[in-house]
Every structure is written in C-alpha cells, then in structure tokens.
Design a protein around this ligand. Sequence first.
Ligand code: HEM
Length: 416
Amino acid sequence: MAGEGKGLSRRRLLAGAGGGAAAGAAVGFLGGRAVSPAEAAAADGLDLSRAYDFYTGDHQVGIATPPQRHLVFMSLDVVEGTTAEQLKVLFARWSAAMATMMKGNPVGSVEPTRSNGVPQDTGEAYDLSPASLTVTLGLGPGLFDDRFGLAGRGPKLLAEIPRLPSDELKPELCGGDLALQACADDPQVAYHAIRDLVRIGRGLVTTRWTVLGFGRASAGKGQKTPRNLMGLKDGTRNIKSEEDLDEFVWVADPDEPAWMRGGSYLVTRKINMDIEVWDGTTIDTQHLTIGRDKAEGAPLSGKKEFDTPDFKAVRDGKPVIDPTSHVALAASENNGGAKILRRGYNFTDGLNSLGQLDAGLFFIAFMKDPATFVDLQRKLGRVDLLNEYIAHVGSAIFAVPRAPKSGHFLAQELFD
Ligand code: HEM
C-alpha cells in the first residue's frame, strides 16, 4: 500500500501545478479505486500545493517552518574582487527569485519565444507544485573580512566555530561565505531552487560544498517524530513553542544590526555514522548510548515518548539514564536551561572507499547565540557515548538575516 501511495504521488507531481485545475480528474488508483490528485497526495500525508510566503518582514522561512521531507544545502564562496554593490544586486535578484519559486513559479522563461534565446529557468520544476518550498539565506564570517567592503558590518556574534573535541573535520566540507538552504516535500523542487539560484549568482559566487538530505531528522511543532539513520526518533524534545523560539532562537539584541533582528544563527555539522558498527551493537548498548529506548523513543526513566526524563532516577544503585548518554549530556536541564532549535536531515553519499554505507546526520541548528552550540558540542565531543559511532566531518556557521517586507530584499540595510 505504501508503495502504491508513492507511485500515486509521483503521478500527482507529473500532473503538476495544473493539478489544481484538474482536481476532478483521476490520476491513479488507490485500493483499486481511481483517485484525484488531491486524494493521492493526501494518501502520502502531503499537501504539495502548500506555498509559503517569502516576504514575512520578520523571520525567514525554513527555520521554525515544520521541516519538509527533503533538503538541498549549498555553501558558496564569493569570488575575489566582487564589490559590495554587486553583492547588493545579487541579494536583490536572489530574494526575488526565492519568492517566485516558493510560489511554484519559474524564475523566468522556460521556453523563450526566440528560437536562439537561452531559457532563464532551467525547467525541471516547471508544472510541479510549490511543495512547501522554503529557501533560506545565510551569511558566513568570510563575507565580513576585508574583501568586499563589508568589514565591520557583520553581526556581533558571527565568528568561525573553534576547534572542538572529537572534531575530524575535512576542510572541503567546512565553512563558506554564503549558504542557501532549500527544503521542500518534493526533492526536485528543492534541487531546482538551488540550481537556479547558483546560476543567477554565476560569476560572483562559486560552489564550495553541498549536502542532499532526506527523511527530516528533527520534528517541528505538530509533527510526528521522524527517525534518523540509527533508527532513533529524533526531535522529541526539540523546541516547539513560540516562547522558546523567542527565548532561544530569534535575535533580538538591540546591539545587533537591524537586518539581524528577527534573524538567527545557523550552525551545520556533517556527521558521519559508523552504520555497520551501530547495526552490530546490542539493543541494550544502543539504549544506554542515547538514554532512550528505540521503538517508543521513551526516556529510560519513563514509558512513553513524551515522558519527561528523570536524570536523577537510580536503579540497583546506578543511574537509570547514564550521565554520559547523549540525552543526559544534551538536555537543557543539564546545561543551565540552554536550548537550540534542531532542523537536521539524514544524508547518504553512497559508499565509502571500503564499501561501507557512507551516511549520517546533516545536523542543522538555529540559535540566537552560537556559543550555545559551542558549549554543548564541547561537552558532547568529550564524553558522549555516541562518539563511538559518529564522526563530525563538516562544520559551518552563518548569520541568517530577518526576512524582507514586500518590495525589499534580504539584508538590504547591510548595504545602506
Ligand atoms: C549523529 C549525531 C546525533 C544523533 C544520532 C543524535 C540523536 C539524538 C536523539 C535520538 C535524541 C533524542 C530525541 C530528541 O529529544 O530529539 C537527541 C536529542 C538531542 N540532541 Fe542529538 N543527536 C546527534 C547530534 C547532536 C548534536 C551535535 C547536538 C548539539 C551539539 C545534539 C543536541 C541534542 C539535544 C539538545 C537533544 C535534546 C536532549 C533533551 O532535551 O532531552 N545532538 N539527539
């Protein structure tokens, strides 16, 4: 049945944006019965017609937005010699293109009327639904060095992440002057967005590294908890309330530049998992390592997924949740109340040179102060039982400006 659902939704995609108009037409069969495009998508639990507004004038989308199913993340460098004026024009063009694509529209002609014209839009998302596309822009610390006339204009807390315990970073998977995060419920829609934005930036920006993510690994408000590639529910105790977003995620400091207020800081970590080793580990050790059970996702001190963990509980003279388990080390109760918003995705790069599964978690987190991540990872990197099965190979930080109002563009005041 699940397979049937998938096939149907692909047909729905082929029916595309015109699917709304053709809502009455049957596009496939579910349980032997002809169904409409809307029914087919609903069978997958998806509303592919959903479109988010880019011009919120407040927070950028793709942060508190419930995580979609697919991610394309691109880190870019700005070409030496690019001027602030050229970057300003690029941000204006990118903003317009993001807003257009989020509505499900192409960024220009797909089929120019002149036979010798080059298409402005690459076309692979033509006729597809918006699929909840969000595109989020981040600015890396390098943007504010002395290369582009923006020195001294950067956000207060934007600085490279220091070396942390257990780091096994590969320079080619780290850093970047700019970041584009596209998330959508249709992988082709997310891919198209990044491809066309990179194309618009050609000559001014070059690609640095990219990650394709799937099967979101962190739940947002109102979502069922998905699982990461270790088979564990991930996102159970993620930030889900407006109060927590205000307290821990959105920048409000009056000393930050105006274009950052309502924005956030974005930290990425590409984390490889030793999947074969994890898969050969006993279930008791898996539970001990995380501090939660696998099927239900309940803390070891409780029975149900959303039971509050009791880090003080003792059985037979031993703590029920090991103090070096992942959740004991990461929980806000044990970190002076600090919280981050996790929005990561599973990824796979196929096989490594030994023929093992090359896969893991592309960790993405948003916070108002990057020190929260640094302090947390300094602790996790030292003693987390999970370190036996993972390696942090990529790392980057970006400042995420507030979203513009209609008629404006991202980080506009940066160039005033
Ligand atoms: C591959 C690496 C990782 C895996 C497999 C992983 C997995 C998990 C799982 C299964 C949970 C429990 C469910 C939940 O509350 O979401 C969890 C919780 C959490 N993780 Fe991770 N995680 C990883 C890396 C990280 C990193 C790098 C950080 C931050 C530096 C982090 C921060 C947290 C936090 C803050 C919680 C919530 C703890 C609580 O309040 O109980 N995780 N993680």
